[in-house]
Write a protein that binds this ligand. Structure first.
Ligand code: HEC
Ligand code: HEC
Ligand code: HEC
Ligand code: HEC
Ligand code: HEC
Ligand code: HEC
Ligand code: HEC
Ligand code: HEC
Ligand code: HEC
Ligand code: HEC
Length: 314
């Protein structure tokens, strides 16, 4: 009897076009919900939609893969809203009680409880390495990145994904504004092209075991094998490049000749590019030694397939 009255009251409030701003209860603060084990309301999403069907914060979920009722793998094919929000009979009978799992707001459930709901269905696939990953161990929730009650989750859309990551990764945001950068801001490359934010067997949440394997997925021509390999290229692209952004051209960590001289100081003509070197010819005095100097001649810096390419000049 009481619950019918309550329901009518809530339905009335919804019909009037909104919910009272002051209606936020101290969910979970009262002793009642903790005392008895939570029970499912049952009846699937319909039970909840009786009151929430005009709630704009809720209804966009109906357009998502989660709401495919005919598919027994989806929440709507199982316990409906309670697949994620947990047993909520108490909430259905009185708004004073909250559903057992809240993902948002001041009274949101602990990260582990929220994630456990999602992981009941999503522990496999991309999330194989979630446990122990940098995000998991730093208490990041699935819904820090994912938005469930939106027709299209912004983190799954190229144009909007980086903004989501930037909210916590300010350094990468700054990098994206630098003179040379992967076209992330331009919407051509996304963070998840190189990273698996759910965990990785490799370093830095990279999608592959090594940095180079990640780079080769798009820069295939750099993979080799080549007749003449430049050792540091095979070792790691990051010997010379930085992945997110650089104030040097071509995402370089340093510009030639300084870049090259970090390793080649001891050898041949390049020791003193601005003074007295003799090899080959008079290149020391050559203006080409400035700026991009070294790669003007050593243009095949990633390695060469030419029989005469031992010095990467061709
Ligand atoms: C009798 C009407 C009614 C029913 C049935 C109902 N709700 Fe609610 N629910 C409300 C009202 C009213 C609010 C408060 C809305 C607000 O503050 O924005 C609310 C709030 C919520 C919230 C936010 C809670 C919070 O404290 O922030 C969640 C989550 C929720 N409902 C889920 C559900 C689920 C899941 C079901 C079905 C098991 C359900 N509701 C059924 C009326 C209802
Ligand atoms: C009852 C099982 C179940 C639960 C619980 C569940 N999901 Fe899903 N989820 C699915 C199924 C099934 C799909 C559709 C998969 C497909 O199409 O391959 C899906 C799809 C998704 C997608 C892809 C959506 C898209 O637009 O392609 C994301 C992201 C996602 N779920 C995240 C979550 C998060 C975060 C949670 C916890 C808040 C969660 N899921 C809880 C079953 C579940
Ligand atoms: C740091 C941000 C972040 C966190 C935290 C995160 N995700 Fe994701 N998730 C993404 C991104 C980005 C994609 C798109 C990945 C891609 O396209 O390769 C994605 C894709 C998905 C998908 C759809 C792709 C698929 O079929 O696997 C599901 C399902 C999903 N995530 C579930 C989860 C669950 C469950 C959790 C919590 C255990 C979680 N995510 C935590 C960012 C995140
Ligand atoms: C796949 C898991 C999942 C399902 C299924 C789901 N929700 Fe949610 N719900 C969430 C997450 C995560 C949030 C946090 C906001 C977001 O991601 O959109 C949320 C937020 C909410 C909120 C807003 C709380 C607030 O404080 O803003 C309400 C109300 C709500 N859900 C009700 C429902 C109702 C009603 C249903 C069924 C029609 C439902 N949810 C189904 C995961 C789910
Ligand atoms: C809610 C905050 C938050 C969001 C959103 C977030 N991250 Fe993170 N991320 C962290 C924290 C905290 C760490 C661990 C500490 C650190 O290394 O900065 C981390 C670590 C990482 C690392 C590993 C760093 C390392 O040193 O091993 C990568 C890569 C990463 N995040 C990428 C992403 C991507 C890509 C996204 C968006 C899809 C994203 N993050 C969204 C908080 C976040
Ligand atoms: C082109 C591939 C690529 C893209 C795109 C990319 N990253 Fe990275 N990211 C890397 C590589 C490679 C590393 C490892 C750097 C290292 O070991 O020094 C890395 C490292 C990181 C780290 C750890 C930082 C550190 O210095 O240890 C974070 C955090 C991160 N990336 C976040 C992001 C975010 C957020 C985005 C999207 C805005 C993004 N990445 C896009 C390749 C990429
Ligand atoms: C998802 C695809 C993708 C991956 C993976 C990728 N790149 Fe790129 N890279 C691009 C695109 C797209 C451009 C821009 C090409 C253009 O503008 O013509 C680019 C440009 C570059 C440039 C030239 C930048 C400039 O300012 O001209 C360098 C250097 C580079 N990438 C290095 C790397 C390295 C190192 C890795 C591995 C950490 C990597 N890329 C991984 C897609 C990728
Ligand atoms: C020894 C230093 C060095 C290493 C290591 C290196 N690069 Fe480069 N890379 C350069 C230099 C120097 C340029 C600029 C060439 C120019 O301006 O003509 C460049 C330019 C590029 C460009 C843009 C021009 C082009 O050739 O397409 C891409 C893409 C690139 N590198 C990818 C990679 C990848 C992928 C790796 C790892 C497999 C890698 N680089 C390793 C020095 C290096
Ligand atoms: C991280 C260290 C490193 C950087 C940076 C580097 N190299 Fe190298 N380079 C090497 C190593 C190691 C070899 C192989 C040396 C050997 O076999 O004696 C090599 C070989 C060469 C060779 C072939 C000649 C030979 O002795 O085999 C040339 C030419 C060369 N580098 C030019 C350059 C230029 C130009 C740059 C700058 C764009 C550059 N290198 C940057 C480490 C580096
Ligand atoms: C004007 C063209 C030119 C420029 C500019 C140039 N090189 Fe060379 N470099 C050559 C030629 C040609 C060879 C082959 C040397 C020989 O014939 O003995 C060579 C050989 C080398 C070698 C292998 C031989 C040795 O001495 O160990 C290295 C390493 C090298 N250059 C690095 C550099 C670096 C670093 C720079 C920039 C500071 C640079 N080069 C600028 C043309 C050039």
């Amino acid at each position: 009897m009481r619950s019918i009255l309550t329901m009518a009251l809530f339905t009335g409030m919804l019909a009037l076009g909104g919910m009272p701003a002051g209606a936020q209860p101290a969910a979970g603060a009262g002793p009642a919900p903790a005392a008895q084990p939570a029970a499912f309301a049952g009846g699937g999403a319909e039970t909840c939609l009786k009151c929430h069907s005009t709630d704009a914060k809720v209804t966009p979920i109906l357009q998502t893969p989660h709401a495919v009722k005919g598919d027994a793998h989806t929440p709507f094919g199982q316990d409906g809203c309670e697949s994620c929000h947990g047993p909520s009979a108490a909430h259905v009978s009185s708004r004073q009680n909250s559903p057992s799992v809240l993902f948002k707001g001041a009274n949101k459930s602990p990260v582990a409880e929220r994630n456990a709901q999602c992981l009941t269905c999503h522990e496999n696939g991309l999330r194989m390495n979630w446990q122990g990953s940098q995000h998991a161990t730093n208490d990041i929730a699935c819904n820090d990145c994912h938005t469930i009650h939106k027709e299209k989750d912004p983190v799954l859309v190229k144009d909007t994904q980086p903004e989501k990551c930037f909210t916590c990764h300010a350094e990468q945001r700054a990098d994206s504004f630098k003179f040379s950068h992967h076209p992330i801001r331009e919407g051509k490359v996304v963070c998840s092209d190189c990273h698996n934010p759910h965990g990785s067997p490799g370093p830095k949440l990279l999608k592959e075991f090594t940095v180079n394997e990640v780079c080769y997925t798009c820069h295939m021509e750099k993979r080799g094998p080549l007749l003449f390999e430049h050792e540091p290229v095979r070792e790691s692209c990051l010997n010379c490049h930085t992945p997110h952004g650089s104030s040097q051209a071509r995402l370089l960590v340093e510009r030639p000749p300084y870049l090259c001289q970090e390793c080649h100081q001891e050898s041949g003509h390049q020791i003193t590019p601005f003074s007295g070197s003799t090899l080959p010819g008079q290149i020391a005095e050559n203006v080409r030694m400035l700026g991009r100097g070294c790669v003007n001649c050593h243009s095949q810096i990633h390695g060469s397939n030419s029989p005469n390419g031992a010095w990467f000049n061709r």
